[in-house]
Design a protein around this ligand. Structure first.
Ligand SMILES: NC(=O)c1ccc[n+]([C@@H]2O[C@H](COP(=O)([O-])OP(=O)(O)OC[C@H]3O[C@@H](n4cnc5c(N)ncnc54)[C@H](O)[C@@H]3O)[C@@H](O)[C@H]2O)c1
Ligand SMILES: O=c1ccn([C@@H]2O[C@H](COP(=O)(O)OP(=O)(O)O[C@H]3O[C@H](CO)[C@@H](O)[C@H](O)[C@H]3O)[C@@H](O)[C@H]2O)c(=O)[nH]1
Length: 330
């Protein structure tokens, strides 16, 4: 299993480790016996989300890594990014600079210091509107939003660096990440993600949720996504680190292969919370594909990844526990 002690503890930099997914992965890496230094500029993360046991350096991923990597690390897990579809359509420059330029500078720093391994947070948004569902890694990549375009550009750069400079690289294309890992969960000052927004209504912190479009070509007219539990996702990172091969860049989709519409997600949140959760239909959000569902066979076969919390109810229940707990009042 991914959480067993590794054959050799690694010394790792985690960029974005004060954020939602990066903090959970840091916790899993520490549990597995690795040494972790988190680099985060706290633009959307929180210093108190960095698990105790990790060293924390506040600052820009590329800027800090440039000096930090001189200390000789076994690898980088690169989570730091701007990652909101809607915002990326309104402010593309921030996404090209914040994602692509930062990642190129990080790759150059890794090359300069001989850092051998990289695990990169890519995304389902690289595929755009798919021709086939579920989406395999071999599907065409035609992103419909700027966010996805920047992540795809980084994936291409990583492929070139792996080939030219011997980097052992893995990109993990997450579908929609949900749930919480105990005290670590989704906590953004301006929340835009569906499940936390719906749970804020259930917690009495918001009056209603908006459904962005009910005229998609789906059964109930609302957009469909594949939700994956953040703990299952973190486990895939440990496996990716173990399987990364020098000179190769391997790409893996991570999802459960099951699609849930916006209306189905809201219904599940109603069942879990017992709250009626009022919902109103609003216009579509620019850049949103209708359906994103993963084929994750490659991760299962090559990495031996096996999600253990694939049920949407479990993800919503864990997120609800988190929202009602320590962070409920924020
Ligand atoms: N949440 C999802 O469903 C999802 C799906 C696919 C991919 N991803 C990717 O996973 C990664 C983590 O996403 P998240 O949901 O945890 O987001 P998040 O906003 O909670 O975490 C991102 C973290 O990176 C930090 N950061 C941003 N830019 C930085 C920079 N230049 N230097 C240093 N730190 C910086 C932020 O402060 C934050 O702590 C992102 O790369 C995102 O694109 C997320
Ligand atoms: O108030 C809301 C918020 C969202 N949605 C819809 O719910 C779905 C999910 O939206 P959201 O939770 O914002 O996630 P995505 O926009 O699908 O993007 C997430 O999932 C992508 C992978 O699929 C990642 O790349 C992104 O980083 C991550 O933000 C989409 O159809 C949205 O239009 C609503 O209807 N109302």
């Amino acid at each position: 299993m991914a959480t067993d002690k590794p054959s050799k503890p690694l010394k790792l930099v985690v960029t974005g480790g004060a954020g939602y997914i990066g903090s959970v992965c840091t916790a899993r890496l520490l549990e597995a016996g690795h040494e972790v230094v988190v680099v985060d500029d706290l633009s959307t993360g929180h210093a108190d989300a960095v698990p105790s046991g990790a060293r924390f350096v506040e600052g820009d991923a590329a800027e800090v890594a440039g000096t930090l990597l001189a200390e000789r690390f076994d690898g980088v897990l690169h989570f730091a990014a701007k990652s909101l579809v809607g915002e990326s359509m309104q402010d593309p420059g921030t996404y090209w600079r914040g994602n692509v330029v930062t990642s190129l500078r990080l790759l150059d720093a890794m090359r300069a210091h001989g850092t051998p391994r990289l695990v990169f947070s890519s995304t389902a948004a690289t595929y755009g509107e798919p021709e086939q569902t579920p989406i395999p890694e071999t599907a065409p990549t035609r992103p419909t939003n700027t966010y996805g375009a920047t992540k795809l550009a980084i994936d291409h750069a990583i492929t070139s660096y792996a080939r030219a400079h011997g980097l052992a690289a893995v990109s993990l294309r997450y579908f929609n990440v949900a749930g919480a890992h105990g005290e670590l969960g989704e906590r953004h000052a301006t929340e835009t993600h569906l499940i936390p927004l719906v749970l804020q209504v259930a917690a009495g912190r918001r009056e209603q949720v908006q459904i962005y479009g009910d005229d998609y070509p789906t059964d109930d007219g609302t957009a469909i996504r594949d939700y994956i539990h953040v703990t299952d996702l973190a486990d895939a990172h440990l496996l990716a680190l173990e399987h990364a091969q020098p000179g190769h860049h391997r790409i893996y989709n991570l999802g459960n292969g099951a699609g849930f519409s916006v209306r189905q997600v809201i219904e599940t949140c109603r069942e879990v919370t017992g709250h009626p959760i009022p919902a109103v239909v609003a216009p579509r959000r620019a850049g949103d594909p209708a359906v994103l569902v993963a084929a994750s066979d490659r991760a299962r076969e090559e990495l031996g990844w096996k999600p253990e919390r694939a049920d949407l109810r479990t993800m919503v229940s864990d997120a609800w526990e988190f929202h009602r707990g320590r962070h409920g009042a924020r």
